[in-house]
Design a protein around this ligand. Structure first.
Ligand code: FAD
Ligand code: 2HG
Ligand code: ZN
Length: 472
């Protein structure tokens, strides 16, 4: 039984229709926990509006009744942002029925889509008009544009194209009082005051519901080459990315770092992958070069760059993919890490960033501090090294009790975040604060920044009904 009044339930049913209202406990389950099983909540109902007008009607009704809303897209987030609390009083507002393309303007290089569109479908829609939508991440087959915007998603192509914020020109947002802000402008230049879209991008559903966006399109990629390179150290990765950038410029579109521990987990748990090398090495990078010209001389560039790196001892070994199947196999080794680590029991995720130049020192000192304080923990370090963004994830020691490891979670996190602060970094470079880093942010963010953020929240959502308990 839903905890909502009969009158509100009836009004919501009229707003979204029978197809848009779920109150059955069993049918609500998949909206109430994340894929890792790390977060679980309860809800009075799940609403699935099919248009902006329906979202606005729901928000108005909930504002009048004082009921909190938890926006949800593909529910692939990694910090509990899309999961309600356990009071059973909140409503999950799923945008997944809003997935239309509203417009494509090839001459303006823009596409206007609704928030529930799956990222992969957006990439395919761009390809159909001979263009590229470059945001790319492991969850792209399930995550939505609304979730990408609300978390300012990053992924593996930020190096060349930027993160979701950089790919966005305009937004449509249902405000906490139910009014619709039509900011769907496809302008690359607009200096008429505060750029309001940037308030909503990265706001994790705490300031309003994003219902549509105007996004940038780029020329399609017509040449691509991918290499898997073994390295002696993170320092070598920083040197190699500098050299490759100097040589290839914007053709360097991917540069992902992985520790041996990360790759070992993938080899152990993901079907159909294999180690490209006979010998094991401490670190690897996956390098991608691409070009909008067909038959661009990417292999020559790669061979030149890697040849020099091998000679200098910056690289230890390298293979270049010889077919599309090999390209996919190399990416599977990288994209499989999240899933593989999940098979190794409880893990702690830290999506930190530090200046690229300080990555080697950060890893060396943080590894040492952790191994001294928590002997045996398995450190799974990988990520978008060109963005200074590391997934510095920790799995429990092999054979340790889950409970004993979980009891250390807070202390492990402190060591990592204290180090991050020491290196002038951020405690969340990609996934956002959600539930998991909300309290840590109170400690690690500057008080003045927190005060300004609180004032923005109060100005837009004075009743605090937009995703309460997240971010702030
Ligand atoms: P959800 O998980 O449903 O929601 C995320 C947040 O956005 C929540 O706070 C929610 O309330 C809010 N929200 C959702 N839709 C709206 C809306 N329409 N309006 C307002 N608020 C909304 N992230 C990266 O940045 N880079 C990566 O490389 C990356 N790789 C991943 C790989 C895997 C295997 C997985 C599982 C996740 C990965 N993620 C990554 C995290 C996640 O996929 C992204 O954060 C993604 O952008 C979330 O989209 P979603 O639709 O699933 O959002
Ligand atoms: C990635 O880069 C994602 O693969 C997920 O951001 C990271 O699971 C993780 O910790
Ligand atoms: Zn990532």
């Amino acid at each position: 039984m839903s905890g909502l009044s009969d009158a509100l339930l009836q009004a919501l049913r009229e707003a979204v229709g029978e197809a848009g209202l779920i109150t059955d406990a069993e049918r609500m389950q998949s909206y109430l926990s994340d894929w890792r099983g790390a977060y679980r909540g309860q809800a009075a109902a799940v609403l699935r509006p099919a248009s902006t007008e329906e979202v606005a009607a729901v928000v108005r009704l909930c504002a009048q009744a004082g009921v909190a809303l938890v926006p949800q897209g593909g529910n692939t987030g990694l910090c509990g942002g899309s999961i309600p609390d356990d009071s059973g009083a909140q409503i999950v507002l799923s945008l997944t029925r809003m997935k239309r393309i509203r417009a494509v303007d090839v001459a303006n290089a823009t596409i206007t889509v609704e928030a529930g569109m799956i990222l992969q479908q957006l990439q395919e829609a761009a390809a159909e008009v001979g263009r590229l939508f470059p945001l790319s991440l492991g969850a792209e087959g399930s995550c939505t544009v609304g979730g990408n915007l609300a978390t300012n998603a990053g992924g593996t192509a930020v190096l060349r194209y930027g993160n979701m914020r950089d790919l966005t020109l305009g937004l449509e947002v249902v405000l906490p009082d139910g009014r619709v802000w039509d900011g769907l402008r496809g302008l690359r230049k607009d200096n008429t005051g505060y750029d309001l879209k940037h308030l909503f991008i990265g706001s994790e559903g705490t300031l309003g519901i994003i219902t549509a966006a105007v996004l940038k399109l780029f020329p399609a990629v017509r040449s691509l080459t991918t290499a898997w390179v073994a390295l002696p150290s993170p320092q070598a990765a920083v040197e190699l990315i500098g050299q490759m950038r100097g040589l290839c410029g914007d053709r360097l579109t991917g540069f992902e770092l992985m520790s041996r521990q990360s790759v070992e987990f993938v080899l152990r748990h993901v079907a159909g992958v294999s180690d490209p090398f006979a010998e094991t090495h401490p670190w690897y990078v996956l390098i991608e070069l691409s070009d909008t010209q067909p038959n661009a001389p990417l292999n020559e560039l790669l061979e030149q760059g890697l040849g020099a790196a091998l000679e200098q001892g910056v690289a230890l070994d390298a293979v270049v993919a010889a077919s599309d199947a090999q390209v996919r196999a190399l990416w599977a080794l990288r994209e499989g890490i999240s899933e593989a680590q999940n098979h190794e029991g409880p893990s702690l995720k830290h999506d930190i960033s530090v200046p690229v130049s300080r990555i080697p020192d950060f890893i060396e000192r943080t590894d040492a501090a952790l191994q001294q304080a928590f002997p045996g923990v398995r450190i799974v370090t990988y990520g978008h090294v060109g963005d200074g963004n590391l997934h510095y994830n920790i799995s429990k020691p092999a054979g340790a009790e889950d409970g004993a490891f979980k009891a250390q979670a807070e202390a492990i996190m402190r060591v990592i975040y204290d180090q991050t602060l020491r290196y002038a970094g951020s405690i969340s470079a990609e996934h956002g604060l959600g539930q998991s880093k909300r309290l840590a942010a109170q400690h690690y963010k500057a008080p003045l920044e927190l005060e300004l953020m609180t004032r923005v929240k109060q100005a837009l959502d004075p009743a605090g009904l937009m995703n309460p308990g997240k971010l702030l």
